[in-house]
Design a binder for this molecule. Structure first.
Ligand code: F6P
Length: 341
């Protein structure tokens, strides 16, 4: 059996570990694994990548050896025909798409059109439904946690408030986890509103108690009720480039004006996606890669492996993309308790 594989959307630590595991399982089952370059673009334009034994030593390699991109084949007039041609010309019987909500949304639509698709859930944002965690999330929050720990010592030394902008689009999982892990004094996530006044009161209270420094963790997708919308460029899936809105910088400037305290704003940005995956992500990626080939072998198209508790199960792609997994109230309550609100 010839199995195609691609990585699409934002790169995520653990992608190579998934490819490696898929390669190992293909060898065990006597299948051939063919890589496609730069996500859906490779499948549309028939650009393949040889996956060789070299991948066996690359479980720790960040990024993706296949390259990634945000091409949306459903936005291209004859996109489906082009994909069909590539699949037929290469004699491919199944395509494994490693991606987040956009990629798996496409994979789900292709499944409905009769294409043999298997998904693998990835995203540092952890916002995919039907799986407890996505690979890459653990690495991203580990990086954000280390950054906030470091920022705390410099904030303390200089009597400053540092606003740390964390990735995650419209799901606050990364900000929540790294904020809790570092004891951030304010945690702002898109799912729940804290007003500017409430936030500055928390900082004011700290200062009145003699703690003349602070860390505010804010999601890139956060906005106060009165935050103005700014036009920013969108990708092929219609997502705004949120770092362009600079919510961290806006908060820092407003806080300086209101409380007359020194502030700095830091955007963690793509640092959160770079480099080696953590142990947790390496193991999860390996489990997902192995299972994806098992599902391909069994022709369970339209499915994806998912982490449920401590076990890998298979779920329908349609369930994974039916809604965004946003921060639930119980998880948010932890942050509220820590902040004392
Ligand atoms: O979805 C992953 C993610 O890293 C988001 O957290 C972020 O908003 C977005 O991708 C950034 O996209 P790009 O890599 O296109 O700048």
């Amino acid at each position: 059996m010839k199995i195609g594989i691609l990585t699409s959307g934002g790169d995520t630590p653990g992608m190579n570990a998934v490819i490696r595991a898929a390669y190992i399982k293909c060898k065990l089952l006597g299948h051939e694994l063919i890589g496609f370059k730069n996500g859906w673009k490779g499948l549309l334009e028939n650009i393949t990548v040889d996956i060789t034994d070299q991948i066996l030593d690359q479980i720790d390699l960040g990024g993706t050896i296949l390259g990634s991109g945000r091409t949306n084949p459903l936005k291209i007039d004859n996109g489906l025909e082009l994909i069909k041609e590539t699949i037929n010309n290469n004699g491919i019987e199944c395509v494994v798409a490693i991606g987040g909500e956009d990629t798996l949304g496409v994979a789900n639509k292709l499944t409905n059109e009769g294409f043999p698709m298997i998904g693998v859930p990835k995203t540092i944002d952890n916002d995919l439904a039907a799986t407890d965690y996505t690979f890459g999330f653990n690495t991203a929050i580990t990086i954000a946690t280390e950054a906030m720990d470091r920022l705390s010592t410099t904030a303390k030394s200089h009597d400053r408030v540092i606003v740390v902008e964390v990735m995650g689009r419209h799901a606050g999982w990364m900000t929540l986890h790294s904020g809790i892990a570092t004891g951030a004094h304010v945690i702002l996530i898109p799912e729940y509103q804290i007003s500017f006044e409430q936030m500055s009161n928390l900082i004011k209270k700290r200062y009145s108690e003699g703690n003349t420094w602070g860390i505010i963790a804010v999601s890139e997708g956060y906005g106060f009720e009165d935050t103005e919308n700014v036009d920013a460029e969108t990708d092929e899936f219609g997502h705004v480039r949120l770092e362009k809105l600079e919510i961290g910088k806006q908060i820092a400037e407003r806080l300086t004006k209101t409380l007359n305290i020194p502030t700095r704003a830091i955007t963690l940005g793509h640092v959160q996606r770079g480099g080696s995956p953590t142990t947790f992500d390496r193991v999860l990626s390996t489990q997902l890669g192995l299972k994806a080939i098992e599902l391909s072998n069994d022709k369970k198209f339209g499915m994806m492996p998912a982490l449920k508790g401590t076990k890998i199960q298979s779920v329908a792609l349609s369930d994974a993309v039916s809604k965004l997994k946003i921060v639930d109230e119980e998880s948010w309550q932890v942050a509220r308790d820590i902040m004392g609100i």
